[in-house]
Design a protein around this ligand. Structure first.
Ligand code: TYD
Ligand code: MG
Length: 463
């Protein structure tokens, strides 16, 4: 198995080839194969524990060897979480930063990753934080910290990219929190490939993971994303870390959403909402209010849905515009919602409710730059399109909840109660929900809850 032949690794997807090729066989990207040293050499140098990083928990899975132990005898210890005091940030982390946890925060350039990491210094002025900057100078970080009003005496800056030097600094500072900005700039001097290459990213991460688990501080790695929006570097990176956070948002909007797509210590898909201002990120404690603030009343094509993001219900406005097409193939343009799903909903409306979209262009937009990916918003999206098609405004006092099946039936959704509570809190008078969910609606609500079995029922109710 061990061979000294060179290998060529795709920098986008990590696919390996034995000879150089212009196009990666794995993901189809062009010019992404880079020669890296043979695996046998790398493996010989990588500490064995790094490969089981995936099983490492807060109690120090990596580096913890030895005897099998009965489940009943395993000691839990205390659930040591570091509360940052930022409710939005803590929620996404599952109630605070778990001691010994290893997290990755990824996002587009300029979205605010470094800003958020610098703000940790402001959230936790009493904690020793080592901020390793591989992209900016210490001066640049200090200027940013000044702008953010962060002047913690316990925030240490280190401009370094060599993972061994970072290890030395960790020994010296013994931080509670280590920030590495960004993992793509970090390298291990014993590997010949360039920083940012798949093997450097993987092996540097393995070294940092080992430090984190052995010394039980918490680490945040900042990661870049590729053009396709996935984390640059090997996919294995996502398996190695305990938490994967995405910092999302539209460069042209001030709103930023921190989303946990993986969390070993809390619910995945939990979101925190922030607003980027001149003096940094501000928490948005009630995102529904914000997403509905610019809502148009009395216009056709607007509905309000209630989507569950992690454990949190959020009301968002859906806008649709349906116009006669001047093309042979009508346009379908959608932002913030899967376009395949929109096609399906339009087909169902056409077949089951007789709305012929085939000679109309359809534009759908989720307000506020939010991305919704939950079937429970189907009814709202379908109704927005129907409302614009008929040019009749939908009832503005109704929040719409439900998944649409291919037969036009409205299917049950999970967690109906918190959704209704949120709608009531925001002053909605009525919620249209799947009929089969009605029996699960327990408590009293300040709003009128109506069940619907079929998409046509909803059309009658709100248009
Ligand atoms: P940054 O955190 O450097 O982004 P990343 O590390 O994800 O690449 O933030 C970059 C943008 O944020 C930059 O365009 C300026 C803006 N910004 C503010 O609007 N307010 C602020 O207080 C700060 C520090 C940055
Ligand atoms: Mg940055």
């Amino acid at each position: 198995m061990a061979s000294s032949n060179p290998r060529y690794v795709c920098q986008e997807c990590g696919h390996e080839a034995h000879k150089w090729m212009g196009k990666c066989q794995g993901c189809g990207a062009w010019n992404t194969l880079v020669r890296e040293e043979p695996k046998s050499e790398v493996e010989a140098r990588v500490p064995k524990t790094s490969s089981n990083g995936a099983s490492g928990g807060a109690s120090g899975g990596a580096g913890e060897h030895g005897q099998p132990e009965r489940l009943t005898e395993v000691e839990l210890g205390t659930d040591a979480r570091l509360q940052t005091g930022s409710a939005e940030f803590d929620r996404v982390m599952g109630g605070g930063i778990m001691q010994g946890s290893f997290s990755l925060i990824a996002g587009d350039p300029g979205i605010g990753k470094s800003t958020l990491m610098t703000e940790l210094g402001g959230y936790l002025p009493e904690r020793d934080i080592l901020y390793v900057t591989g992209e900016e100078s210490k001066r640049q970080v200090k200027l940013r910290a000044q702008r953010l009003g962060v002047d913690s005496d316990h925030l240490y800056l280190l401009a370094e990219t060599n993972v061994e030097q970072i290890g030395d600094a960790v020994q010296e500072v013994t931080p509670d929190l280590l920030v590495v900005d960004s993992i793509q700039t970090i390298y291990r001097p014993d590997l010949s490939s360039a920083p940012g290459s798949v093997s450097q990213v993987r092996e540097s991460t393995a070294s940092l993971l080992k430090m984190t688990k052995e010394q039980e501080f918490s680490t945040f790695l900042v990661g870049h994303v590729t053009k396709k929006g996935t984390i640059a570097g090997p996919r294995v990176l996502e398996h190695m870390v305990d938490t994967v956070l995405y910092f999302e948002g539209d460069q042209h909007h001030a709103y930023r959403i921190l989303r946990s797509v993986k969390n070993r210590f809390g619910a995945a898909n939990e979101i925190g909402v922030f607003e980027m201002r001149e003096d940094g990120l501000h928490e948005v404690p009630n995102p529904s209010e914000l997403f509905l603030s610019e809502r148009g009343y009395g216009v056709s094509g607007s509905t309000v849905v209630c989507s569950l993001e992690g454990t949190r219900p959020i009301l968002v406005e859906i806008q649709a515009l349906v116009t006669p097409t001047s093309y042979n193939t009508p346009q379908r343009t959608v932002t913030g919602f899967p376009s395949q799903r929109l096609q399906m909903l339009l087909a169902v409306l056409e077949k089951r409710a007789g709305l012929a979209f085939s000679d109309h262009d359809v534009f759908v937009n989720v307000a506020g730059g939010v991305t919704l990916d939950e079937p429970a918003v189907d009814v709202g999206v379908a109704l927005a399109a129907a409302s614009s098609f008929r040019d009749i405004p939908a009832d503005t006092g109704s929040a719409l909840i439900g998944e649409v099946g291919l037969g036009g039936e409205i299917r049950t959704v999970s967690q109906i109660e918190p959704r209704l509570k949120e709608a009531a809190k925001l002053g909605f008078e009525r919620a249209v929900i799947p009929e089969n969910n009605l029996e699960r609606v327990a408590g009293e609500h300040d709003l009128d809850v109506t069940g619907a079995a079929d998409l046509r029922d909803v059309l009658d109710l709100v248009l």
